[in-house]
Design a protein. Structure first.
Length: 409
């Protein structure tokens, strides 16, 4: 049964009333609930996998593309990894425990606290793993959740909600911490208009879906941005490491996916044949400039204007120097993630200083460029917004600041 506008309005009001109670909980109770949830995901993996298989069968019957079906998949390995990430989150530092105090010469004492955002709307995409990790992140930071359930994984979502409710009950937390709403275009449209009662929205859909949602809401958004990302392979780099890193960075399902590889012409003959073999095995289509095609004869011709931000194609361009690589990046970068494989410290330092991006990967693949991997407690997206929290989003992105000023006694 679909929710009508009156029912949705009541659910939003319920979440708004819940947020103060969620924010008032202490870290120890929230961490206990997360530990219980992690254990439940592990011990109930069979239930989750069975529910997910039902969703996968329906997706195949509807003719959904294979890429989406793979994103939907939650197998035993995925459930184990998800359990581990939630367990890690339970032991991670809580941003809401941050508390800075300083004294001013004007006899004022200033306290700066980190506090929850309030009510967070999660608009689920195809991946149930992302959905549950995002809910867990909101629990960790004391935010009430409105979950607009996935259109394509309803059975998996329902199984996950059962585990959440058990975690809340076990730890004495409110069972209305998460308010689920069944997906419909009407539900989505109504929720997007609730700026006064919803403090932030997390978008977990595809690039195209998120772009459409951004255009139709004034609610502050936490999402994964997409765009052109580059890897530069310098003269003297470890070519084996560069080749494997490029392939891993292209195959990543993360926003930080390499689109263009800039190859110093001095090492192109050593790098390109090995890269071509692994790319073919991974189903990656290579396209390149004239100098690339003089070594890899079977690939499609392209120039630097073909910077790619989607699909399984990878653009290869030769450059004469680090300076030329940096000039290309300055012209085409989306400001998300840029990478370098090099052994000269001065080249690495220069690249890190001049490449304009939220995160720079040095001799490591882009799969490490996530909030979880770099120690921010969770993976909630990736931003190029220089006025906001740039780069990988972690737990702190679900909090804001509050200042308390007092006159010194």
């Amino acid at each position: 049964m679909k929710n009508n506008s009156l029912q949705i309005d009541q659910l939003i009001s319920q979440a708004a009333e819940t947020k103060a109670a969620c924010a008032a909980t202490v870290s120890a109770h929230r961490n206990l609930a997360l530990s219980f949830l992690s254990e439940a995901v592990s011990t109930s993996a069979g239930r989750l996998v069975s529910a997910n298989e039902e969703d996968l069968q329906n997706a195949r019957a509807r003719g959904l593309d294979q890429k989406m079906i793979e994103e939907m998949r939650l197998d035993y390995i995925g459930a184990g990894a998800l359990s581990g990430r939630i367990s890690h989150m339970a032991s991670a530092a809580d941003p809401t425990d941050e508390h800075d105090v300083w004294h001013r010469e004007n006899a004022m004492t200033v306290e700066c606290l980190r506090v929850p955002l309030g009510v967070v709307l999660i608009i689920a995409g195809a991946s149930p793993k992302k959905t549950l990790e995002c809910i867990a992140s909101c629990m960790k930071t004391g935010n009430a959740v409105i979950l607009l359930q996935s259109e394509v994984t309803p059975a998996t979502d329902q199984a996950m909600l059962g585990l959440l409710n058990a975690a809340f009950a076990c730890c004495g937390l409110r069972d209305d911490w998460v308010t689920p709403i069944k997906y419909s275009t009407e539900s989505l449209s109504y929720l997007l208009k609730q700026k006064e009662r919803i403090d932030a929205a997390v978008l977990l859909g595809s690039k195209a879906q998120n772009a459409l949602l951004r255009q139709n809401t004034d609610i502050p958004i936490i999402e994964s941005e997409y765009g052109a990302n580059h890897i530069y392979v310098d003269e003297g780099a470890d070519l084996a490491a560069a080749v494997s890193g490029i392939i891993a960075s292209k195959n990543s399902l993360l926003p930080a996916t390499v689109n263009t590889v800039l190859v110093n012409w001095m090492i192109s003959d050593g790098l390109l044949p090995a890269l071509e073999g692994l790319a073919m095995a991974a189903g990656i289509e290579l396209i390149g400039d004239a100098r690339i095609r003089s070594t890899l004869h079977g690939i499609t011709e392209a120039d630097e204007s073909a910077n790619i931000d989607a699909g399984n194609r990878l653009l290869l361009l030769t450059v004469n120097s680090l300076s030329e690589a940096l000039a290309h990046i300055q012209k085409y970068s989306a400001g998300l993630c840029e990478g370098i494989y090099a052994d000269k410290k001065e080249h690495i330092d220069r690249f890190c200083r001049l490449a304009d991006a939220g995160i720079i990967a040095v001799n490591t693949p882009f799969v490490k460029a996530t909030g979880f991997e770099i120690g921010l407690g969770a993976e909630l997206g990736f931003s190029a917004n220089k006025l906001g929290a740039r780069g990988p989003a972690g737990l702190a992105r679900l909090t804001t600041t509050k200042y308390i000023i007092k006159e010194q006694a």
